[in-house]
Ligand binder design. Structure first.
Ligand code: PLP
Length: 840
């Protein structure tokens, strides 16, 4: 039987509400939220705050009543004006800035736009969603691509601590997503081949403020059943299924852009899953634009930005080469390479695997990690991909994540910000001086706002808990819902994916000690847990059990609980309503982490291992740091040391500060820390700041180079490619024979000038074709890296040439020096980092 859905007639007076419901803007704007909430608060909660489902499932009486309610219509008009003003915002370049005169295509496997739109699993998606929202706020032209999953990610049920997965089917007609039609009114369907199969992918669109997100869907009748199944669910554990998803995402996105006549300047690939975009672009540039392989490679490298998120090599997406070959072999002739050459582009250390991030890193002239630590770890991890470059030059920069403030701030904090900061932060939260105004907020206001939110959130937690436990026994003992969590008590949140590196078990290392902390009479502590384990991750599931085991064993059932089915709704509530946000990853495995940022902007104090974003924010006054042992030590010792530090801080500093309300009726020292947290986290870790960095560090430099490549009708590019074919043969023979410095064997002092002589064997290469440089490097800092150019002095009869120069020593301590040569033509040198040879 065919099912169909009949939507109600929306009264004309509510047409503007209907229009706004189809823009995700109405899911993050507090005034729009209030408008939907007001229609039917209970129903709004039942539909997980989905504005479209609300409108389409309310009775016509309810709609008619609102349509004739003058007060409601007045509010509707006000919100609609705000919406129109938002949509019409134009970025006005400030000093030292330029117009955003480019288009970015952003591609990702998952997007976390809102709790009711289940095409996300965790942090990667939330970051992608916040990216689109921030681009929209700032007026950065962006369009994005992803997949529309029939079931999305799973829904978690917990039976006595045992995780069960359910895959409800999404009904897209009840979501703010619409089919894309062409000029003739026919649905847009992209077609391509995967091996011998014809694939048809239908396009849907979601409006995220001013950014459009296009989603590909293979679940349509034109496809064979195994092709329909490709977009079934997110992060399928089956390797072939996963590979075909990523092929559909990569190829489909590029083909969709062409069908829609979208020609981006930048392809921003978010995480390795998206790397097949590059493959499809090679095909296009070579088959349709007549480029040679080398030309296509440069055009791609200077229009691709890649963001990596995974600091352990095995966690990065990879497939057996044989499997990848099955799908790429039929097209390999189209990209001008042999199969072996193609596979080599995804290989690291001859391991017969195809690593998607390696393929992307090799084709992006700008890549980034998502915190300073993570970028440094990534440079080390992928060093084999950049021979000839110094580690500090590897093109993996740090752009630390941020969050979209409006999506994560509580209503209470939003009201305070609107009053004390002004509304400038809506489009430009990255102006650091805005946030200094936090200091001027009178004592007690932030605390009171937080306290009101905390009470609401505890209400939410009790309701959610009651819904879970009325269906069946939850803990193996009775729990009185009305007595769960006391708003007067220090409350700690821990919610994230349950996966071993995040170490949800760390706090349970010494159960007796933890129970004593929780049940302390004078200074009790409460905990809220939530999180999903990937269906194939047994160790993650065991960590969930561990929380339940503790609650079953100790009399803590009113102080500690686990909310099932962690999603953006639960996340939003608890990052706003607890007092402390606990984060205990194994360093350096947390690339950035964003839930702590969401907490920090709400004045919830971070209590975290110094990993990911936290070392960049922590200043001793805005939260607490667990310094964690050296990451190379014995794992058990590190765990014990971290757990010990965690307990000690809780037993003393954290509880003492929280319960220090003797003089003011509220803990003033705690509120001071909340202000410091809001100030530092809002100013440094809002998504606008991160987007601005993407523009300045990645998009603009690539666009500038791409422009040079195209000058004189592409002659510049052709010239470089010709130079390359000449250079290939000659370059191999050139090498640095030796070098000497004026401080060899001496103990130089800071400020001293160092003279360097380098002897290069040139063979038949002209001495003007190479440039020799000394690389002087002090300490860990990436910026403290200096290239001193050396000049040609003379050429000897044995084909050896001398180059000399000098530089000045700065600072003290251990430093390093190496010399190398690169092509003398700066543009050629920039395009061909592989033509670098050095001697340490
Ligand atoms: C923010 C968020 C995450 C990411 O949290 P991390 O601390 O970075 O792991 C995961 N899931 C949901 C639902 C979120 O809202």
């Amino acid at each position: 039987m065919r099912k169909f859905f009949i939507k109600p007639e929306i009264p004309p007076a509510l047409e503007r509400l209907h229009e706004m419901a189809f823009n995700i803007w109405s899911c993050w704007d507090v005034d729009a939220q209030r408008l939907f909430h007001r229609l039917d608060p209970v129903r709004f909660r039942e539909v997980n705050h989905n504005p479209v489902e609300l409108l389409y499932t309310l009775s016509s009486q309810t709609l008619d009543k609102a349509a004739s309610d003058k007060g409601y219509l007045y509010e509707l008009e006000k919100v609609y004006d705000k919406y129109k003003a938002y949509m019409a915002y134009e970025h006005v370049p400030q000093k030292g800035d330029a117009a955003y005169d480019f288009l970015v295509a952003y591609i990702c496997m998952e997007y976390g736009l809102h709790e009711s739109f289940p095409i996300y699993s965790g942090g990667l998606a939330v970051l992608a969603g916040d990216t689109l929202k921030a681009a929209s706020d700032m007026g950065i032209p962006m369009v994005s691509f992803g997949l529309l999953y029939k079931h999305g990610y799973f829904r978690q049920r917990l039976d006595g601590g045992q995780q069960r997965e359910e895959y409800p089917e999404n009904n897209w007609f009840l979501h703010p997503v619409r089919e894309v039609f062409d000029d003739k009114g026919a649905p847009v369907i992209i077609q391509f081949k995967l091996k011998e199969d014809d694939v048809h992918a239908k396009l849907w669109r979601v409006e995220v403020g001013r950014v459009t997100l296009y989603l590909l869907d293979t679940n349509i009748h034109q496809n064979a059943s195994h092709i329909r199944a490709i977009t079934n669910s997110l992060y399928d554990a089956d390797r072939r299924q996963r590979l075909t998803q990523e092929l559909v995402l990569g190829k489909g996105s590029v083909l969709a852009m062409r069908a829609l006549k979208i020609t981006p300047d930048i392809y921003h690939l978010n995480e390795g899953h998206t790397a097949f975009v590059i493959w499809e672009r090679f095909k296009e540039l070579m088959q349709q634009k007549g480029c040679s392989y080398e030309e296509a490679r440069h055009l791609i490298r200077h229009s691709t930005v890649f963001t990596t998120h995974t600091p352990v090599i095995e966690g990065n997406e990879h497939f057996a080469q044989d499997l990848v070959m099955e799908y790429l072999a039929p097209e390999v002739k189209d990209v001008g390479l042999t199969m072996a050459q193609c596979l080599a582009l995804g290989e690291v250390r001859n391991d017969k695997q195809f690593w998607l991030p390696a393929y992307a890193l090799r084709h992006a002239s700008h890549s980034n990690g998502v915190s300073k630590i993570h970028a440094a770890v990534s440079r080390g991890m992928w060093k084999d991909l950049f021979p000839g470059s110094h580690e500090k030059e590897y093109p993996i920069d740090a752009i630390t994540n941020g969050v979209h403030l409006q999506s994560w701030l509580s209503l209470q904090m939003t009201e305070i910000f609107d009053r004390y900061i002004g509304i400038d932060y809506l489009h430009a939260a990255d102006q650091a001086d805005l946030w200094q105004k936090i200091d001027a907020i009178p004592d007690g206001e932030i605390w009171n706002a937080h306290r009101r939110r905390k009470e609401q959130v505890i209400g939410f937690i009790r309701r959610t808990f009651a819904n879970m436990s009325c269906r069946r026994g939850y803990f193996n003992k009775a729990v009185d819902v009305e007595h769960i969590l006391n708003p007067d008590y220090l409350t700690i949140g821990f919610a994230r994916r349950f996966t071993p590196y995040k170490r949800a078990g760390l706090i349970f290392s010494d159960p007796e000690r933890l129970a004593a902390i929780v049940l302390n009479h004078k200074r009790p502590v409460q905990f809220v847990f939530s999180g999903k384990a990937h269906p194939a991750d047994q160790a993650g599931k065991d960590l969930i059990r561990q929380v339940f085991d503790f609650i079953n064993k100790y009399p803590v059932e009113h102080h500690m609980l686990f909310l099932e089915n962690y999603d953006m709704n639960i996340a939003r509530h608890i990052v706003q309503g607890v007092d402390v946000w606990l984060n205990t990853p194994k360093k350096p495995m947390e690339a950035s982490g964003t839930s702590g940022i969401k907490a920090g902007i709400n004045g919830v104090l971070n209590f975290s291992i110094l990993d990911g974003w936290w070392p960049e924010a922590y200043n001793g006054r805005n939260g607490w740091a667990i310094r964690s042992g050296c990451s190379c030590g014995d794992p058990q010792n590190i765990n014990d040391a971290d757990a010990n530090e965690l307990y000690s801080l809780l037993e003393r500093e954290i509880t003492e500060t929280y319960y220090s309300n003797a003089d003011h009726g509220f803990p003033l020292p705690w509120e001071r820390m909340m202000k410091e947290s809001i100030k530092t986290v809002c100013s440094g870790f809002n998504m606008h700041r991160a987007m601005r960095e993407y523009v300045v560090k990645c998009y603009r430099p690539e666009i500038a180079t791409a422009k040079k490549l195209r000058t004189e009708g592409g002659l510049h590019l052709k010239k470089a490619v010709n130079m390359q074919s000449e250079a290939v043969a000659a370059w191999d023979k050139v090498y640095i024979k030796d070098y000497f410095t004026s401080v060899d064997g001496k103990l130089p002092v800071s400020g001293q000038k160092v003279h360097v002589d380098v002897y290069v064997f040139l063979g038949d290469v002209d001495e003007k074709r190479i440039a020799v440089e000394a690389l002087y490097c002090r300490g860990e800092d990436r910026a403290a890296f200096q290239k001193a150019p050396l000049t040609f002095v003379e050429r000897y009869s044995d084909k050896i040439a001398k180059y000399s120069g000098s530089f000045v020593l700065v600072g003290t301590g251990e430093q390093s020096l190496s010399v190398r040569f690169v092509p003398a033509d700066p543009f050629f040198a920039e395009l061909y980092p592989e033509f670098r040879k050095w001697k340490s």
